[in-house]
Design a binder for this molecule. Structure first.
Ligand code: ATP
Ligand code: SF4
Ligand code: MG
Length: 322
């Protein structure tokens, strides 16, 4: 199976004056062609930092990135700005929650997309560009009419569809969606997720879906990585992890998210707060909030263990004696 992205010991640290914030620690994962990986975790767990670091969008001045991020044979951490320009949009594309805000209010949607298309295809004929754009708009359920409209004439859902269509314009190998459907109402979110899944079948895209909403992963991803305080806690096939979570944090997270139709009064939640990310924990980072913690958890940091094929868990419960 063709590998698209491999992270090894990938770390991102923000350096603010004399303080270091360990936002992503020792991340490791592999994504193959056709995978759709959901990265979930509560607010502040480092999901966006991971995405921004992969895209090299964090300011070098106060960010330290170490480890390896191999993207289709290229080491992302070492690429020069000129190489990054070639990769962004063309091979690696991203949609953020507020991507729609980057559209200019005074230009028609079609003109703006044409300009982006021409960045990598300066000699493209008008007809070719129009065909490509209307094809993409159709994939996200928008009519050709949108081509001549201005951003203010579109609803939030339509604008986010435009952002998704735009991200696919150069047929990227990897698409990263960071909370791309979060601001939308539940019905529109559901429709867009269906469109994304359908679209992938047509376009051979591999996807990372960053969200704090497990129902988004359940609706649109084949794999899941659960992140807490900058660390991956559990990785595996989404249907297995969501049905039978192994890590205590995954379990807590699942109990915090009832199904959309579920009884919201029965939220169990996870007590406590994320730890201070400027302090390095000696033991398990989740220990202060874990109901199953033992003495060992305070003293020793658990390693990743493959508990079954395709399932990786970072917890002492799955690594010998407690
Ligand atoms: P959310 O679900 O709210 O989007 P997230 O999982 O995407 O959260 P990040 O935005 O990656 O989390 O933040 C991870 C940690 O890094 C947080 O503790 C945050 O305060 C910190 N952080 C983010 N940006 C910076 C920065 N520029 N300087 C210092 N710390 C930062
Ligand atoms: Fe809980 Fe210990 Fe597992 Fe950490 S290592 S999640 S504290 S049981
Ligand atoms: Mg974020």
């Amino acid at each position: 199976m063709e590998q698209i992205l491999e992270l090894r010991d990938f770390c991102v640290t923000y350096i603010n004056k004399d303080k270091r914030i360990y936002a992503v620690k020792n991340a490791g994962l592999k994504i193959n062609k056709g995978d759709s990986l959901g990265i979930v975790g509560e607010s502040g767990s480092g999901k966006s930092t991971l995405a921004m670091a992969l895209l090299r969008l964090l300011p070098e001045k106060n960010t330290e990135i170490t480890g390896s991020a191999n993207f289709i044979g290229k080491e992302l951490t070492k690429l020069k700005e000129s190489d990054l320009k070639d990769i962004r949009w063309k091979e690696l594309a991203v949609v953020f929650q507020k991507s729609m805000n980057s559209l200019s209010p005074v230009h028609r949607i079609g003109t703006q997309i044409e300009d982006i298309y021409k960045v990598h295809n300066p000699d493209a004929a008008k007809g070719e560009i129009f065909d490509r754009i209307t094809y993409l708009l159709k994939l996200v359920n928008l009519s050709e009419r949108v081509y001549t409209m201005y951003p203010h004439e579109l609803s939030g859902g339509m604008l986010q569809r435009v952002s998704i269509a735009l991200s696919l314009i150069h047929n990227p190998k990897l698409l990263i969606l960071d909370e791309a459907t979060t601001a939308l109402d539940v019905v529109t979110q559901g429709q867009i997720l269906d469109e994304i899944v359908k679209m992938e079948k047509n376009m051979d895209v591999t996807r990372i879906m960053i969200t704090h909403d497990i129902s988004v992963v359940s609706a649109s991803c084949n794999k899941i990585a659960v992140m807490y305080a900058g660390e991956f806690m559990e990785l595996g096939y989404a249907k297995d992890v969501l049905k039978c979570p192994k890590h205590p944090y995954t379990e807590g997270l699942l109990k915090s998210f009832p199904s959309l139709k579920g009884d919201k009064s029965k939220l169990a939640g996870i007590g406590g707060y994320l730890p201070d990310l400027s302090k390095e924990a000696t033991g398990c980072i989740f220990e202060p909030r874990c109901r199953q913690a033992k003495d060992k958890c305070k003293q020793e940091r658990p390693e990743f263990r493959e508990t079954e094929k395709g399932r990786i868990v970072r917890c002492h419960l799955y690594g010998g004696e407690m």
